[in-house]
Design a protein around this ligand. Structure first.
Ligand code: KMH
Ligand code: ZN
Length: 262
């Protein structure tokens, strides 16, 4: 929805303040979204993992909607593990857990085995459900290694982030390979980056997957036309899903799938 990389100079409708983010979350929920993947910003739009900023934003979202709030522990590539972990102290329902180190454009997104174990154990201590962020195929085995260590429990949910420069490209072949590589009974979603967002979403629906869209990954509605809101991108996917006879889940239905107590 917000991410850490997109700036208002790229996408003037990017929500920044807690109130703007909460309004955007409600609009996405009304358009059919059941989960809001949450990053926060300072008033001058810098990415931050500040716990109090997350608290304020989550409270503002909670006043408006029942959407599942999934906080980011990815933050931005330059942040320390301690900074990234801050929102976990709020015991959110769900949080992302990137399952390995990967090139990220011209940068490196650092997620060592030690960091993964530490993050997973902090999640476990507070009952936070992880979403495994999979930027490349080896990350699935890293996630399952956390299961062997007893640090994560089923039901597992994977999000395939495809098309980040330096990571696994967005293609039908790669998506099929990933969906066949996760354990039986696990659920998955796809987040296509940039122009890949819509084709990956449209492909995931008949394959039984779920979909992530929004300004973190893509700022356009179509080539050359900026989207007017995150909700506009959600609406289109909900329309496609309805046409394919896979109507969107409510947040409570998604909670049941993901093992999140209500
Ligand atoms: N901003 C990226 C470096 C996550 O939220 O967990 C990482 C990211 C993943 O956005
Ligand atoms: Zn993110």
């Amino acid at each position: 929805m917000v991410g850490a990389e997109t700036m208002p100079s790229d996408q003037p409708n990017l929500p920044i303040t807690p109130e703007q983010i909460a309004d955007a979350a409600k609009a996405c929920r009304d358009a059919g979204a059941s989960i809001c993947h949450l990053h926060v910003r300072t008033d001058d739009a810098r990415p931050t993992q500040d716990k109090e900023r997350f608290r304020e934003t989550i409270e503002a979202i909670r006043e408006k909607t029942d959407i599942i709030v999934q906080v980011s522990t990815g933050g931005a590539v330059w942040m320390t593990p301690e900074e990234r972990l801050q929102p976990i102290e709020l015991a959110p329902e769900m949080a992302t857990l990137t399952c390995g180190t990967v090139n990220f454009g011209k940068e490196v997104f650092w997620n060592s085995p030690e960091l993964l174990e530490r993050f997973a154990s902090e999640f476990q201590k507070r009952g936070v459900r992880p979403e495994f962020e999979i930027f490349d195929s080896g990350m699935i085995a890293n996630a399952m290694n956390l299961a062997k260590l007893g640090l994560v429990e089923p039901p597992f949910h994977f999000d395939f982030v495809l098309g980040v420069p330096g990571a696994l490209p967005a293609s039908a072949k790669n998506l099929l390979f990933l969906m066949e590589s996760i354990p039986a009974g696990a659920s998955w979603s796809v987040a296509g980056i940039g122009r890949h967002q819509l084709p990956m979403a449209a492909l995931a629906i008949p394959l039984g997957g779920h979909v992530r869209v929004g300004f973190e990954d893509n700022i356009y509605y179509r080539k050359g036309e900026l989207a007017i809101s995150n909700a506009q991108l959600v609406e289109r996917v909900a329309r496609i899903a309805a046409e394919l006879d896979r109507p969107v889940a409510t947040p409570d239905e998604a909670r049941a799938l993901l093992g999140i107590p209500r």
